[in-house]
Design a protein. Structure first.
Length: 184
C-alpha cells in the first residue's frame, strides 16, 4: 500500500491548540528546530524518500536532509502564510540554500501546493521517480553513497557546509579537510 504522506505538517485544525500561547509555540518550535538541526548536522549523508504529501513541516524535514527523492505524484507546499504565520528561520534558510530567493518567495508568499515535477525543476528535490518507487530509489542512492570512502563522504559534507557558510578557497578549515585525505 502506498503511503498517503511523507509528512503533511501540522493539521490546520490543530494549529490553535498546538500553538495556544507564545510560550507553547516557542517550546514546540524549539523542539522541532532541534530535531531538524540534528538531521541537518548528521555527519553522514541523509536521503529523504518522499511519497505523497510533503507540506509545511514535511518540507522542513525534507530540506534538513542532504538529498531528496520524490515520486511523481508527490505534492509539495509551505502554507503558514495562509494561517497568518511565518515559516521558521531554519526552515526558510534551508529553502534559500537549496532553491534560492525567488523560488523561496514564490513558495512562501503564495502557500500554493505544487507537484513533484515542479519541485524538481526548482531543485527542491534531487531525483524524480515513478509513483511508489521513492523508497527503493532512495535506498539505491544511499547504496551508491555507501560504496565510496565514508571518510571522503563525511569530509565532503563538511566542505560543502563550510563553503556555504563563508569559507574561502584558502580557508584553513577547507585546507585541513583536503590535507587530511592524504593521511587517511
Amino acid at each position: 500500500r502506498e503511503p498517503a504522506a511523507f509528512a503533511a505538517g501540522t493539521r490546520i485544525s490543530e494549529v490553535e491548540q498546538a500553538y495556544a500561547s507564545k510560550a507553547v509555540a516557542e517550546a514546540a518550535g524549539d523542539t522541532i528546530a532541534a530535531a531538524l538541526n540534528a538531521v541537518e548536522a548528521c555527519p553522514k549523508p541523509t536521503v529523504a524518500a518522499i511519497e505523497g504529501a510533503c507540506v509545511g513541516g514535511g518540507v522542513g524535514l525534507a530540506m534538513a536532509c542532504d538529498l531528496r527523492v520524490a515520486s511523481a505524484r508527490s505534492k509539495f507546499g509551505v502554507t503558514p502564510g495562509k494561517l497568518g504565520l511565518v515559516y521558521p528561520a531554519g526552515d526558510t534558510r534551508r529553502l534559500l540554500d537549496a532553491i534560492g530567493p525567488g523560488a523561496t518567495k514564490d513558495i512562501l508568499f503564495t502557500g500554493r501546493i505544487f507537484m513533484a515535477a515542479e519541485a524538481r525543476d526548482m531543485q527542491l528535490i534531487d531525483r524524480l521517480v515513478e509513483d511508489g518507487a521513492a523508497l527503493e530509489e532512495a535506498r539505491s542512492f544511499a547504496a551508491d553513497i555507501a560504496a565510496i570512502s565514508q571518510w571522503s563522504t563525511r569530509a565532503t559534507k563538511q566542505m560543502i557546509k563550510g563553503l556555504q557558510s563563508g569559507w574561502s578557497d584558502t580557508d584553513p578549515g577547507a585546507a585541513d579537510l583536503f590535507l587530511q585525505g592524504f593521511s587517511n
